[in-house]
Ligand binder design. Structure first.
Ligand code: NDP
Length: 448
């Protein structure tokens, strides 16, 4: 419940203006509920309208993306780029291609990104973009034509010092390659305008692994500090089987856990022997196949229709890595009833507000997305640094920096939580620590 008068007033304005943008409202409410304690000590935030300005993107670009499919038919999708906040650096955030993409989804992701980027300690503002384009079942040539059309408009709005997009759902190395190629061709400029690039043209080692690895470094550190525990010997449930999920499974396994599930939007597999990553990577990364094929290839595994059932599998640690609102209150309760004591989020906003309430009332170690999955954008920030100095660091160098960043996110979140009277609360701490840096920069730069 909101109690601070200023916070309540601004939230009411958001409800009135953007009441139809459900996911955006959910993200704003979650942040507002947790940052209330800072306003007593910082009257300057209200005086300079920080919250009113924070909830209004600096710019929203919405555009037509026309392209021709392999049968010669014209297709039209919608493209978006939300440039949310540039107080601490150029806008930075991924592009998502998925039929569920709407302005509300991109706004929630862009809003979250502001605080996430701030938490990394790197100079990056918040942005997000994408399209309702569905690449499933499309040929490489169709994906290329779509990406070229998308970038033909997007290039007007981005640049290495303005806005630097990256990947997200269904935007991986292939799509970033096509997008980068079109940007370079239209602008006649080779610059670090996108991250997640191929290693041959300015990409950073460890970027592919960064979100999943970072999630596990974060979880390991939070377990160490708060529970004097680790991944060793734990049973882990992971949802998803994309970029974040695969490398979360890899790192959790390296850290001594047994990961027994993977899923996609159709269903999930359980492998009591631990997911065989060679097989999963071959299916998802080489063949762009479905998770059900895993059970056809691995005799110890079983496939179950319906992706939400994955939360009924007994585990010690849950790492959601698929999409938003993938765990509701009942599913959270099911996890806890089955002995789960740790939930750290690889996907953005995977837990509904009811699920978060269940974690809180059951003393679950809860690592919120904007902290736990910040490793991806952190290494994107390191890719920007490498592009600027025209040098490439080794895998181990970037990996060590990533680990250091994730450990400081845990430390900074816990310090902020303690300072504002919520010791041990990683969610409250992350929101407060991420917010204060941005708010101070906004105050210093005047009313813009
Ligand atoms: P991918 O496209 O690589 O994988 C997405 C996975 O989630 C797939 O297994 C997909 O299954 C599943 N999925 C997508 N939508 C749904 C849905 N509506 N219901 C059930 N399952 C679904 O994306 P990423 O791994 O990159 O992203 C996963 C999450 O992590 C997203 O929330 C993203 O915002 C977040 N994230 C990603 C970062 C990155 O660096 N890539 C950084 C920080 C956060 P299917 O194949 O059936 O669609």
């Amino acid at each position: 419940m909101l109690t601070d008068e200023y916070v309540k007033r601004v939230y009411a304005q958001v409800e009135q203006r953007d009441g139809d943008q459900e996911e955006f409202l959910q993200a704003v409410r979650e942040v507002f509920e947790t940052i209330e304690p800072v306003f007593k000590d910082h009257p300057q935030y209200e005086a300079s309208g920080v919250l009113e300005r924070l909830v209004e993107p600096e710019r929203v670009v919405k555009f037509r993306v026309p392209w021709v499919d392999d049968e010669g038919h014209v297709q039209v999708n919608r493209g978006y780029r939300v440039q949310f906040n540039s107080a601490i650096g150029p806008y930075k955030g991924g592009l998502r291609f998925h039929p569920t993409v709407t302005e509300a989804v991109i706004k929630f992701l862009g809003f979250e990104q502001i605080f996430k980027n701030s938490l990394t300690g790197l100079p990056m503002g918040g942005g997000k973009g994408g399209s309702d384009f569905n690449p499933k079942g499309r040929s490489d040539a169709e994906v290329m034509r779509f990406c070229q059309s998308f970038m033909t408009e997007l290039q007007r709005h981005i640049g290495q010092f303005t806005d630097v997009p990256a990947g997200d759902i269904n935007v991986g190395a292939r799509e970033i390659g096509y997008l980068f190629g079109q940007y370079k061709r239209l602008r006649n400029e080779f610059s670090g305008v996108l991250t997640g690039k191929g290693l041959e043209f300015g990409g950073s080692l460890t970027r592919t692994e960064a979100t999943g690895y970072g999630l596990c470094y974060y979880t390991q550190e939070a377990l160490r500090v708060l529970r004097h525990d680790s991944f060793k010997g734990k049973t882990v449930v992971v949802s998803g089987s994309g970029n974040v999920a695969i490398f979360a499974i890899e790192k959790a396994t390296q850290l001594g856990a047994k990961v027994i599930t993977a899923s996609d939007s159709n269903g999930y597999v359980v492998d009591p022997n631990g997911i065989d990553l060679e097989v999963l990577k071959d299916i998802k990364l080489n063949k762009r196949g479905r998770v059900s094929e895993y059970a056809e290839r691995v005799p110890s595994a079983t496939y179950h229709e319906g992706c939400r059932g994955v939360w009924s599998v007994k585990c010690d640690i849950a790492l959601p890595c698929a999409t938003q609102n993938e765990i509701n209150g009942n599913e959270a309760q099911m996890l806890i009833d089955n002995g789960c004591t740790v939930v750290c989020e690889g996907s953005n906003m995977p837990s509904t507000p009811e699920a978060i309430e269940v974690y809180k009332s059951n003393n679950v170690l809860y690592g919120p997305a904007k902290a736990a999955n910040a490793g991806g954008v952190a290494v994107s920030g390191l890719e920007m640094s490498q592009n600027s100095i025209r040098l490439g660091w080794t895998f181990d160098e970037v990996d060590a920096r990533l680990k250091g960043i994730m450990e400081s996110i845990v430390a900074n979140s816990l310090a902020a939580a303690k300072k504002y009277g919520h010791e041990g609360d990683l969610m409250q701490g992350a929101n407060i620590a991420g917010f204060i840096k941005v708010a101070d920069a906004m105050v210093a730069q005047g009313i813009i």
